[in-house]
Structure formats: structure tokens, C-alpha cells
Design a protein around this ligand. Structure first.
Ligand code: AHR
Length: 661
């Protein structure tokens, strides 16, 4: 498409076009048969915006192991009696010890006065509890001296009233785990956890934890059910984890190391999050990774969702927007070994060391890993050299694994061009592209892959999201304009599904009071969660991905913005349906006639519409379904054609039954 036409289309979009008399669209089988890969629409999970701790990982206590840089961050020692200083009633002292190559900290509590000492955890911007729901409280404790005989465990509501209470008798002088249950008598997004002590003496405590019993699949210490349900509804084809820049780390020492995230939860060493103070406009000094959601849990989640697991590993370069530290090639072996060991952890027999650990963690069956990402947004020759080193070792040993390579942080420019040329030379199989651009860019780039070389690497559109203001702006909104532009663009991805085999919106999750980056697909607070309009666009495409690529033509051309319309089509051989996606970005209703040329329609179908009157409309906690798909409306027609009026500013899914001979 010429720039002139693109410009006209841009003006059209901004001003809004007037109604046309209608468009005759023809749907055909493509010249070359292509399957839609089951991985076509997936999930990019990054631990950003409190997506893991404080989000998906349902732990409600922040800094449960007292290992933040400030060991008492998240904890307070209120004066329970205005005449009594804490030191008179008691006090908490962090105790650090060094064992097995690492420091660990626990809390020593000295109670001097039988009545007035307690410690309080504030949770992740509060502790969210639901009336009538049960919570499991646990801690490790050792009563080191004296006669401290009772810990009163309470949930305190934001009105300072007790909403749940139970007790623990810490009898043992040795470290021991204690567990009890609490039932909340009220719903509160900002409750606190209080531990009061009875008797006097010293007690050491660690791993103070509070979990809802009602987690995803009821797993103790598991994931937040409402959030996983939203993910599950997307029917994702893959789950990429754990990011994003989090993989790279600000320094190499702070990179994500998967081996430190598996095995016994108590022994997982916490790490400061790269997003802790990355963005000056959204500091989050209390953002750490407990790794309670670690690689085993990610694999399990992928399995639960029926999604292919796609772990991304550090390639020996720290984030190039930060220190950009590079591991000398001669010292890269441990990094490559991490990749080999990860393959063994995921797929190896239980008589291998890492396969054994997987089995010990409760999953003797392999996870059937097929893809592994090497590096995230690295650029330049340093990346290519390191990727080469990974490929040289992994590919001969594991031909069953596809290595995902990165093309850098931008979809064009010097770094991108260099990477694409070098990656093709390296015979890369699957290249990850990222684009965070304004809505107009997605419309201008709807034909991005139309002329892509069909004989080289496949494309993984690993991170994209239309920005209403601009990348990194805290004012970005998940509004209808961005979602509509993404939908238009996605028809371009789907039209090229022979070459674009994985796609994912990014980032996925954001805590409304603790986020760093916007826009995000799903927003949540301590009690609630909602899908944005962008979420519903992803859902419509993913739940209608079909099995075989088809072609939609208007006057013999692909539908890429003529009369403000964008379209793609697939066949679902299992359901015996033709599925047409139609995105009308214009201000006016648009009549279309769909004619199928390569088979017989059954005369029955269904239509689903996603629309909103204003491009600035959004969803919210109070109006979560403001922009959400309409109910499926049945469609009956007599001939080989069907007529439909597309609403202004709408995404329409048309399912047409096929006679299958
Ligand atoms: O999705 C947020 C960030 O954007 C990711 O961490 C990074 O890969 C990209 O720059």
C-alpha cells in the first residue's frame, strides 16, 4: 500500500468516515493451504505491576520471610497502649544467618509485657478478604526462651474491627510449622494481619503466610482463582513466562534464575524486582519476587490452561536500558547449562536429576516443553554471538526444541534491521517482535507481514499493545480506540497465519494500586478483576481461531482498510464452520455481503459484536462489562451469501455453518 493511501486511511480513521452503500466480500480457500497454529493467540506473562506477588500468586502477606532489603518492610509494631513503649512491651529484631551459600533472615520477637505487644502486616496495598471465606494462616516458629505460650492471629478490618481471630500455641523450642484457619466475617480490601503474643520470652518466626483456601483448582498455596479464570476464558495457545525485562535484570546478579524458583518454597531466595524503582513516575520500593510463583508453578499453569509453555531465559546480557552487563563468551557455559537443565526439568525422565526434582514437586509426567526463548529485548552483535553459543549446544542435543530469538525492543530501525539480517543468517526458526505504538501505527501496519519472506523464520509477535498516549506514559488508557486498532491489526496477523504463528498482548496483569506500566490487559485490586476492551478483543480472536486459513477479498484485494474495514477469515474444521472477523473502524454503520466460493453454507450461523459508542470508552471495576461481547445472535440465510450490517466502531465475528460432504 502506498503512503498516500495509508495517509488517506489515517485521516478517515481520525475524522470518521460516512456510510458507504455496502461491500461485497468474497471468502475463498487461499492459494496455498495453511493451518492456523494452536499457538496463534497466547499469553505474555510478566511479573510487572505486582502481577505475581500481590496478584496471581495468592499469598496475602508481604515480606513473609523478612528478607526484603529492609527486613521489616510491610511490618509494623504499633503501640497497643499509649503509655507503653514497644520496647517495654516487646520488640522485633531481624536475625540474619548464612547457610548453604546464602543469607536468610527471620524475626526474633522479644515479649517483655504479657499484654501489649503485636506486629502487623499490611499486605499488598492491604489484604483483601471476602466475607464467609476461609483463609489458611501458617508460620514457622521456634520458642527460644521464656514462656511465650500463645499467638493470637487476627484479621483487622480497615475500620479497625476484628474480622477473624484464631490462636496458635507455639510449643516447640525447635523450628516447627504451625497452621490454622480463619473465616472472615466481613469483606475488606484493606484488612491487616495482626499477631499478638501472650506470655513473655523470645520466639523466632519465619514464613508468615496467609492464603485463601479457595484458590485456582483449590491448590494450597496456589493462584488467585478469579485471575486464572480470566486467563482460562481466553483459551490461550501458549503461556510465555516470566517476562519481559524481568528476565534480564538490571544487573546480571539480579537476573531471573529459574533454578532459584523451584523446590521447597521456604528455600526459594527472594529477589528485588527489576520494576522496583525502574520508572520514576511509579516507584514501588516494596516490589520483590518471593518466587512462590516459580517455574514449576508456571509450567503447571500452562498445563492447566491447555497452553504450550514458553519460558524465556537470560542469554548472558543484563537489560541494555540499564547496565547492559555482558557475560564474556568464555564464561557463558553456566547460562547455556541453565537452558539444558530447564529442558531436563520440563521433559526429562524421573531418573535424571532435574526430572527427579519435577517428580518430587508432584509432576512425574513431563511438561512437554517445545519452545525456549533465549534473551528478551537484547540488541547488537553481543546478542547474536551469545544466541549462537546457545544454538550450537541446544539444537544438536534437542532437535525437538524450537529456540525463540529476539529482534530487540523496537519493530524497525537500526537494531531491528541488524537483528533480522543476522538472525536469518543464523537460520533462526522463530523471531520475537515487540511493538508498543500508538493506535494509528497498528492501522498503518496491517499489511506488515503480507510480503514477508515465506522461506525464513516464523514470527512470534511477543509483545504488543496500542498506547493511547505513548509508550511509558502513565496516562495510557485501555480505551476502545486502542482495542479497535489492535483488532484491525490482528486481522493482518491472522491473514498471515502461515508465517505468524504466535501472538500475545503485553503486559497481561496490573494491580490498580501498584502498577508501573499501562496499558495492561487485565486490571485487578485486592478483591476484584476486570478485562479491558483489549482483553475482549483477544478473547474473540482466540476463541474463534479456527483451524485453516481462508481469504477474504474485496474487489480481489485483501480487506486492509477499504471503507474503514479490516477482515480475515478461517475455517474451523472441527466445528464445520467458516469464521469471518470484521473490524469496522468507521463512525458509520457498514453493510457487508459475505459470499463463500469454496463450499456450501448450511444457512445457519451466529454473530457476535463488540462495540462502543465512543473511542474513549473504557471498562472499570464499577463497570467491568461496559465494552464486552454481545450475546451470540443466531443467523439464518437462504443462499450462498449472507448480509450483515456492521455497527460503527465495531468488531464482528460471523460464524457460518458449512455443509460438510
Ligand atoms: O511489557 C513491559 C516491558 O516492555 C517488557 O518487560 C519488555 O520486554 C518491554 O520493553
Amino acid at each position: 500500500m502506498t503512503n498516500h493511501i495509508k495517509h488517506l486511511m489515517a485521516v478517515f480513521f481520525l475524522l470518521g468516515a460516512s456510510a458507504t452503500s455496502g461491500m461485497d466480500l468474497t471468502i475463498k480457500a487461499p492459494k496455498t493451504f495453511a493451518k492456523i497454529q494452536p499457538t496463534m493467540y497466547g499469553l505474555f506473562f510478566e511479573d510487572i505491576n505486582f502481577a505475581a506477588d500481590g496478584g496471581l500468586y495468592a499469598e496475602l502477606v508481604k515480606n513473609r520471610s523478612f528478607e526484603f532489603d529492609d527486613p521489616l518492610m510491610g511490618w509494623s509494631q504499633p503501640h497497643t497502649d499509649s503509655n507503653t513503649l514497644n520496647l517495654q512491651s516487646g520488640h522485633a529484631t531481624p536475625i540474619s544467618s548464612y547457610a548453604e551459600g546464602r543469607y536468610s533472615t527471620h524475626l526474633r520477637i522479644r515479649v517483655n509485657n504479657d499484654k501489649n505487644y503485636n506486629i502487623v502486616n499490611e499486605g499488598f496495598r492491604g489484604i483483601g478478604v471476602h466475607k464467609g471465606k476461609t483463609y489458611t494462616f501458617s508460620l514457622n516458629a521456634a520458642r527460644t526462651q521464656g514462656k511465650l505460650n500463645k499467638i493470637i492471629v487476627r484479621l483487622i478490618g480497615s475500620n479497625k474491627k476484628i474480622i477473624a481471630e484464631t490462636t496458635i500455641a507455639p510449643i516447640s523450642k525447635q523450628w516447627q510449622s504451625y497452621k490454622t484457619k480463619l473465616i472472615a466475617s466481613a469483606t475488606d480490601a484493606k484488612a491487616e494481619l495482626s499477631l499478638s503474643f501472650r506470655g513473655t520470652g523470645d520466639i523466632d518466626i519465619d514464613m508468615v503466610s496467609l492464603f485463601p483456601v479457595d484458590t485456582w483448582k483449590g491448590r494450597p498455596g496456589g493462584l488467585r482463582k478469579d485471575l486464572v479464570e480470566l486467563l482460562d476464558d481466553l483459551n490461550p495457545g501458549f503461556l510465555r513466562f516470566p517476562g519481559g525485562c524481568i528476565v534480564e535484570g538490571r544487573t546480571l546478579a539480579q537476573r531471573y534464575q529459574w533454578k532459584k524458583t523451584v523446590g521447597d518454597i521456604d528455600n526459594r531466595q527472594i529477589l528485588i524486582s527489576r520494576w522496583n524503582n525502574e520508572l520514576p513516575h511509579k516507584p514501588a520500593p516494596d516490589y520483590y519476587q518471593s518466587f512462590g510463583l516459580g517455574f514449576f508453578e508456571y509450567f503447571l499453569l500452562a498445563e492447566d490452561l491447555g497452553a504450550e509453555p514458553l519460558p524465556i531465559l537470560n542469554c548472558g546480557i543484563a537489560c541494555q536500558f540499564n547496565t547492559g552487563e555482558v557475560v564474556p563468551l568464555g564464561e557463558l557455559d553456566p547460562y547455556v547449562q541453565d537452558a539444558l537443565d530447564l529442558i531436563e526439568f520440563a521433559n526429562g525422565p524421573v531418573n535424571t536429576p532435574w526430572g527427579r526434582l519435577r517428580a518430587d514437586m508432584g509432576h512425574p509426567k513431563p511438561f512437554n516443553l517445545k519452545m525456549i526463548g533465549v534473551g528478551n529485548e537484547q540488541w547488537g552483535p553481543d546478542y547474536i554471538d551469545r544466541l549462537k553459543a546457545f544454538k550450537q549446544v541446544i539444537e544438536p542435543q534437542h532437535p525437538e526444541i524450537t529456540i525463540v530469538s529476539g529482534s530487540g525492543p523496537f519493530p524497525d530501525g537500526r537494531h531491528f534491521d541488524y537483528a533480522m539480517k543476522a538472525l536469518r543468517k543464523l537460520d533462526a526458526k522463530l523471531i520475537d517482535e515487540h511493538y508498543y505504538k500508538k493506535a494509528q501505527w497498528y492501522l498503518d501496519n496491517v499489511t506488515r507481514y503480507d510480503d514477508y519472506d515465506r522461506n525464513g523464520p516464523k514470527v512470534f509477535v511477543g509483545e504488543y499493545a496500542a498506547q493511547s498516549v505513548g509508550v511509558l506514559s502513565p496516562d495510557n488508557k485501555n480505551n476502545w480506540e486502542t482495542a479497535l486498532a489492535e483488532a484491525a491489526f490482528m486481522t493482518g496477523l491472522e491473514r498471515n497465519a502461515d508465517i505468524v504463528t504466535l501472538t500475545s498482548y503485553a503486559p497481561l496483569l496490573a494491580h490498580a494500586e501498584a502498577w508501573q506500566w499501562a496499558p495492561d490487559m487485565i486490571w485487578f485490586d485486592n478483591l476484584r478483576a476486570y478485562g479491558t476492551p483489549n482483553y475482549y478483543v483477544q478473547k474473540l480472536f482466540s476463541n474463534n481461531k479456527g483451524t485453516d486459513l481462508m481469504t477474504v477479498l474485496y474487489k480481489d484485494h485483501a480487506v486492509t482498510g477499504q471503507n474503514n474495514l479490516y477482515s480475515s477469515a478461517v475455517k474451523d474444521s472441527n466445528a464445520g464452520q467458516l469464521i469471518v472477523k470484521l473490524v469496522n473502524i468507521g463512525k458509520a454503520e457498514l453493510p457487508v455481503k459475505l459470499t463463500f466460493k469454496d463450499g456450501e453454507l448450511s444457512g445457519q450461523g451466529a454473530v457476535i459484536t463488540l462495540t462502543s459508542s465512543s473511542l474513549s470508552d473504557v471498562n472499570s471495576f464499577t463497570n467491568p462489562f461496559n465494552i464486552s461481547p454481545s450475546e451470540e445472535k443466531p443467523l439464518k440465510f437462504k443462499s450462498e451469501s449472507v448480509k450483515i450490517n456492521l455497527s460503527a466502531h465495531s468488531v464482528t465475528i460471523v460464524r457460518l455453518g458449512l455443509f460438510q460432504g
